[in-house]
Design a protein around this ligand. Structure first.
Ligand code: HEM
Length: 383
């Protein structure tokens, strides 16, 4: 047996296993090195290190989720793994959103005592934060320019640059989710042809909810207001009905998912009670949670920055507060389309009933709330 093998078998003590001697030696206070220790610098270092450790865990989970997504068929078991890991990411992010509270116990005056020693060091140079953004799917042209420069300019180490480039070129969570949504059962013409039925149902709902009151109204002024409201609703739905309009919204950066993937997401949301859509619906909810928590992270960070340095420029050279504030916008929401799904939901009574074939596809149990393929025509309007 080699020496290496015998080391593997040797029972390890707590500190050895966790390599605590090296980990706990990584907190060198610059203020102490300069002979003027500032108590709060210790908290400042520990907080940043704790963030970076959790970033590492997020990346670990994110990579495994992306890996699972590359399989051609996502069965129940794999979907459960994805949901468990995404759910873990949301819990970590919740922790990270709140962790700023601890650093906020440092006063701006205490921070000022060691801030100059940070020189040009800034969270802006956090490699792992950029990897998380890219791997989730933040688009390069959605980023706010930092001093008119690409954020990659702050990285010199070729290994780091290679990691960043790989995080941009390999399929992001968004891309993988998009491909998966495009395969949603029920979208194809030969299957349920959801999109045709959905458009029909929307028109029926708009007619009942918005157009009938226009027809029944006698007061010309009220009639005009109601008509404008009806038109507004119709125009809003047209932006998803018309693939060209959807494409234009994508070009403007207002939508990120392909038209087909958007249809899949809408179908899953409307039929989420069907057993085969339970997990997919949970997954979509988790993606919205992740985006929402990343925005909360940015918000809490910028609030803390304003409290600590007001409008002073950042140590990384940006305008500081003003730069960071501009990152709290929809441009940074990767799964924006999923937030906006709610705009296109219709009341349950109008959701097209499933055919028996479709019901069978989505569930192992058949019950009464579906229609036979032949009788469905009498229950729905013709497209
Ligand atoms: C007193 C505490 C902090 C202050 C005053 C502060 C200040 C700033 C400033 C001014 C920027 C803009 C870039 C620059 O010019 O430097 C920035 C960016 C950033 N900071 Fe902090 N920061 C603090 C704590 C933290 C902590 C605890 C983390 C956790 C890792 C962090 C992570 C980041 C990241 C990732 C960015 C880049 C954000 C982006 O470009 O979207 N910061 N910070």
């Amino acid at each position: 047996m080699s020496e290496a093998d015998s080391n593997i078998d040797k029972p390890k003590l707590y500190g050895e296993y966790l390599q605590l001697p090296s980990l706990l030696k990584c907190q060198s206070m610059t203020s102490a090195e300069a002979g003027k220790p500032v108590h709060d610098e210790h908290l400042f270092i520990i907080t940043h290190q704790a963030y970076e450790l959790w970033f590492k865990q997020i990346l670990f989970e994110l990579d495994s989720v992306r890996e699972i997504f590359t399989v051609p068929v996502l069965d129940e078991g794999k979907a459960r793994h994805i949901n468990n890991r995404l759910s873990r990411i949301t819990l970590i992010l919740k922790l990270l959103v709140d962790q700023f509270l601890i650093l906020e116990t440092m006063t701006p005056l205490d921070f000022l005592e060691f801030r100059t020693r940070l020189a040009t060091a800034s969270g802006f140079q956090s490699l792992q934060f950029r990897l998380i953004e890219n791997k989730i799917g933040l688009k390069e042209d959605s980023r706010v320019k930092y001093n008119q420069q690409h954020y990659m300019k702050v990285f010199n180490d070729p290994e780091n640059i290679a990691m960043l480039q790989d995080s941009i070129s390999s399929p992001s969570l968004l891309t993988l989710v998009e491909r998966w949504l495009e395969r949603t059962p029920g979208l194809a013409k030969a299957e349920f042809h959801f999109w045709e039925r959905y458009q029909c149902a929307v028109n029926r709902w708009l007619e009942d909810q918005w157009y009938k009151p226009v027809k029944d109204e006698n007061d010309p002024e009220v009639k005009e207001t109601l008509m404008a409201e009806y038109q507004k609703q119709k125009d809003s739905f047209d932006t998803v009905f018309d693939p060209e309009k959807h494409q234009k919204s994508m070009e403007r950066g207002e939508r990120r998912l392909s038209h087909k993937a958007f249809q899949g997401a809408l179908m899953i949301s409307l039929y989420r009670d069907e057993s085969r859509f339970n997990q997919p619906f949970h997954l979509l909810t988790l993606l919205v949670d992740i985006d929402s928590l990343m925005t909360k992270w940015r918000y809490n960070h910028v609030m803390m920055v304003q409290r600590m340095i007001g409008s002073k420029v950042g140590t990384g050279g940006s305008s500081g507060y003003h730069y960071l504030r501009s990152t709290i916008s929809d441009r940074y929401k990767v799964f924006l389309d999923l937030f906006n799904l709610s705009t296109f939901l219709i009341p349950r009574d109008y959701i097209p009933p499933l055919t028996i074939t479709m019901k069978r596809t989505l569930s192992s149990v058949i019950n009464g709330d579906c229609v036979d393929d032949e009788v469905r025509a009498s229950k729905e309007c013709s497209p």
